[in-house]
Design a protein around this ligand. Structure first.
Ligand SMILES: [Zn+2]
Length: 237
């Protein structure tokens, strides 16, 4: 499996970097070595809903985002998980309040700290890309994007601890329900979680790799090691 660095750069450049998506649009690429689509935002195994443990059908069961991140880390090439995009490339987005977005970021830091060895913050990035309704005018889109950056910031609330490592509702999810019930429009997003390709020249990576400074191999929060080959994962431990 010889991939040159140029090949990686070229393929990674497929990353969208768009300001927003439109609901039900097709992603401009398919799942491959660098891109994984998820219809949910269950980052870790312990956030998966209870029904996923009960199901008998392997294909039908929901899998955590973590396995894919582990695979992207262990190839050394990096990659991006898009939460809010279905397997058939359709963008649906996930409704997220400001507090729920904080929750996702906290969960991500928590998850990466539980890997073995832990993954430092400079190796990944979380980006929330708004999903706007179809059939909107340019002005309406601008208005929606402005509303998104204003948020609903309550400084006090943003300091409240989120409940992590469980499929149960956190206070931020209950707060979101109240907002929907009150008719407040909550923006939908695609959560783009990117693992940067391993760069052995990055001073932040010094000491993390092996003696040749090749990328470290990580086990996920469940003690499992995944690699990615094309659009598929395989587990080696
Ligand atoms: Zn929360």
């Amino acid at each position: 499996m010889a991939h040159s660095l140029d090949f990686c750069r070229e393929t990674l450049s497929k990353q969208t970097n768009v300001k927003y998506y439109t609901k039900y649009q097709k992603m401009p690429f398919e799942e491959d070595l660098f891109h994984e689509f998820k219809g949910h935002k269950n980052l870790s195994v312990d956030q998966l809903p209870k029904w996923t443990q009960a199901t008998k059908w392997e294909r039908a069961s929901r899998k955590s985002v973590s396995r894919n991140l582990c695979g992207f880390l262990n190839t050394g090439f990096g990659g991006t998980v898009y939460c809010g995009v279905l397997d058939d490339n359709n963008v649906i987005g996930l409704k997220l309040t400001l507090y729920q977005r904080d929750h996702v970021i906290k969960s991500m830091h928590d998850l990466m700290s539980r890997y073995s060895p832990p993954v430092s913050k400079h190796r990944y990035k979380v980006r929330f890309v708004p999903v706007l309704p179809r059939d909107t005018t340019e002005e309406e889109r601008e208005e929606l994007l402005k509303a998104d950056t204003r948020g609903l910031a309550g400084v006090g609330e943003r300091k409240t601890e989120h409940v992590l490592r469980t499929p149960d509702y956190c206070w931020c999810d209950k707060d979101a329900k109240v907002q929907y019930a009150n008719g407040i429009i909550v923006t939908s997003y695609v959560i783009e979680i990117s693992i940067n390709p391993w760069n052995h020249d990055d001073p932040c990576n010094k000491g993390f790799g092996d003696f040749l400074n090749l990328h470290p191999i990580h086990a996920d929060e469940d003690g499992k090691i995944y690699f990615r080959r094309q659009a598929r994962l395989f587990q080696v431990q």
